[in-house]
Ligand binder design. Structure first.
Ligand code: ADE
Length: 229
């Protein structure tokens, strides 16, 4: 899969792309990620990408020209899934991560300033928000999408199917996990996990998942109940 990220701040991605699972997925050629500084495509003398809003008002608005030209520079951009990140978009969910992970090519536009010129929206297929809060720019949102999508591509996480147990993949939060020591200053690991009875362990984990989801996320619990009816 190829992900092209249109951004004014490509260096924000340096750590993200050079550490841990993302860096390994890139090294193993499972994903190719390019950060494209669309300021370089500005045809104004001072590489301006924004301007004051028509009709007046505070703040600056991102103009269409540099973004249009940056998009055109990407080979086969017409066939890619083109995502704009904006707080006005649909809220990102685990199911979209699975859906988008099947694409060959994704382009993500990171906004900045007060907003986008409305005509930019027409160049993109979908608008995605990562939650009901406003960030200073779209870069963190683009990283969230890239991370969530990449980790569910086959062979990215070494134990290939481990993400299938993730919180949200079946409308349930994950069960608690424990590792050594079995007793830490009197805080003990539940007995059932120590006895090697896999059937009992599975039952305990499922019970814990359901209990946690009911307590913490009644909205998810309702969805889960529908799946078992
Ligand atoms: N840009 C600024 N805030 C955002 C958000 N919550 N989601 C996506 N992009 C954004």
């Amino acid at each position: 899969m190829k992900i092209d990220i249109l951004t004014l701040f490509p260096r924000m991605f340096d750590g993200f792309l050079t550490e841990s699972i993302m860096s390994r997925a890139i090294e193993n050629k499972i994903v190719e990620i390019n950060c494209i500084d669309f300021r370089e495509f500005s045809n104004s003398k001072h590489k301006k990408v924004d301007d004051s809003p028509y009709g007046g008002g505070a703040g600056m608005v991102l103009g269409i020209q540099s973004i249009y030209d940056a998009l055109q520079s990407i080979p086969n951009y017409q066939e890619a899934l083109k995502i704009m990140v904006t707080p006005q978009g649909k809220t990102f969910k685990q199911e979209y991560a699975y859906e988008y992970s099947k694409q060959d090519h994704i382009i993500i536009l990171c906004g900045h300033y007060e907003g986008y010129d409305e005509r930019i929206r027409e160049l993109f297929d979908i608008e995605i928000s990562i939650g009901d809060y406003v960030l200073t720019g779209g870069e963190l949102a683009a990283m969230v999408l890239t991370d969530a999508i990449t980790r569910v591509i086959p062979n990215v996480i070494s134990n290939d199917d481990s993400h299938l147990n993730d919180s949200f993949s079946n409308h349930l939060l994950e069960h608690p996990h424990y590792t050594r020591p079995a007793d830490f200053m009197g805080k003990k690991v539940p007995e059932v996990l120590l006895n090697g009875n896999h059937k009992l362990i599975e039952e305990w984990r499922m019970d814990q998942s359901v209990k946690r989801t009911k307590e913490r996320r009644p909205d998810l619990y309702k969805k889960y109940l529908k799946t078992i009816k």
